[in-house]
Write a protein that binds this ligand. Structure first.
Ligand code: PEP
Length: 249
């Protein structure tokens, strides 16, 4: 399976910073075709800039969230059809900063993923346990339950990516060990196959949580890891591109 390396810029950077990064990525992609699919998810107001800067580069751009409804009186929210109209290929849903900071439940995330599918977008459905849940030995049960609750009936191998992001590893520098990642990704693959059948083998499984230029090569070779969701390191073009080039060829 071709890997996907996705950069989540979160709420960072101004237009000029984004323009510099877009140009740097474009230059690198032109110099050597990346060994994987590369996705950039800038803040929503910069998606039109991404579309203008990255069109024709082979690089993909996407949203960090969408609303569950296609349109309406939802001040401040972003509609999946608008993301599609801006040329996005993917949208992240259920990031732990949305689950935690905005109180989004599995049900809400499933509805958002369904909205992404209706708009023709690939939904990157995030899940992951807290430090407390891991310490209690409940990591596997928590992610299995999140997966069951967060995937809509429309999910299939082509329109859905699942990102395992243990909360304690996000933005902390504490990466999960390859053994921990292998265990959870193996479990997610089994759950996807039992739920979706053959399609479950085609869902890409990303690992996210302090992936950086130094640890990417090892993490990207863990069984059932089909790419990475990268936060902090995606803001540094050199580091992000090292991660891209670390993807298995
Ligand atoms: C993320 O926000 O999805 C993430 C994994 O962040 P970081 O790489 O900074 O841990």
């Amino acid at each position: 399976m071709r890997a996907l390396i996705a950069g989540n810029w979160k709420m960072n950077g101004l237009r000029a910073d984004a323009a510099e990064r877009f140009a740097a990525f474009r230059e690198r992609a032109a110099a050597a075709t990346p060994p994987c699919d590369v996705l950039i998810c800038p803040p929503a107001p910069l998606i039109a800039d991404a579309a203008a800067a990255l069109a024709g580069s082979g690089l993909l751009w996407g949203g960090q969230d969408c609303h569950a409804e296609d349109k309406g009186a939802f001040t401040g929210d972003v509609a999946a059809p608008l993301l599609a109209d801006l040329g996005c290929s993917h949208v992240i849903v259920g990031h732990s900063e949305r689950r935690g900071g905005h109180g989004e439940s599995d049900t809400v995330i499933s509805a958002k993923a369904a909205a992404a599918h209706r708009a023709g977008l690939v939904a990157i459905v995030c899940l992951g346990e807290s430090a407390e849940e891991r310490a209690q030995g409940r990591a596997a049960a928590v992610v299995a339950s999140q997966l069951a609750g967060s995937l809509p009936p429309s999910a299939d191998g082509a329109n859905t990516v699942v990102a395992y992001e243990p909360i304690w590893a996000i933005g902390t520098g504490n990466t999960a060990t390859p053994a921990d990642v292998a265990e959870i990704h193996g479990l997610l693959r089994d759950e996807l196959e039992s739920r979706l059948g053959e399609a479950g083998t085609a869902v890409r499984l990303l690992y996210g949580g302090s992936v950086n230029a130094a640890n990417a090569h090892e993490l990207l070779r863990v069984p059932h890891v089909n790419g990475a969701l990268v936060g902090g390191a995606s803001l540094k073009p050199g580091d992000f591109w090292t991660i891209v080039e670390a993807a298995p060829h």
